[in-house]
Design a protein around this ligand. Structure first.
Ligand SMILES: [Zn+2]
Ligand SMILES: [Zn+2]
Length: 128
């Protein structure tokens, strides 16, 4: 196993999905490679729970640059969170579209409203 494998498999390793023989050689490489130890330390700066906790801030663009960097680093190594982010953004887009549609309704021309109100009044007048 080389340093590339360590980077590639870090998510499987961290989530316990890496099968045993590979897991052992992963650990062996880690012990002997300070570069990969540093890499793993960076990975542990932010886990999936933190990722979800800061997702709102990330999408709103209010994360500090340092946080943002750790955040994007996590995205690079975690397919779960990449997927989660994509779904989140889709949901946000849908919500925004719904809001837009509602705003268009609010912005209905006043003539139309008057016409509706007038029609209602005539209806009531003919009723009585
Ligand atoms: Zn290495
Ligand atoms: Zn994650």
């Amino acid at each position: 196993m080389n340093c590339d494998d360590i980077t590639r498999l870090v998510h499987d390793y961290g989530t316990g999905r890496l099968p045993d023989p590979e897991r052992r050689s992963y650990g062996d490489h880690l012990h002997s490679c300070s570069a990969c130890q540093g890499f793993l330390r960076r990975c542990s700066e932010l886990d999936c729970k933190d990722f979800i906790a800061f997702l709102d801030d990330y999408v709103d663009g209010v994360l500090s640059p340092e946080r943002r960097e750790v955040f994007e680093f996590h995205l690079g190594i975690c397919p779960d969170c990449t997927l989660y982010l994509a779904q989140y953004q889709k949901t946000m887009r849908l919500a925004a579209e719904t809001r837009e549609a509602e705003q268009q309704l609010d912005a209905a021309p006043p003539e139309l409203l008057h016409a509706v109100l007038a029609a209602l009044k005539t209806d009531r007048a003919t009723d009585s």
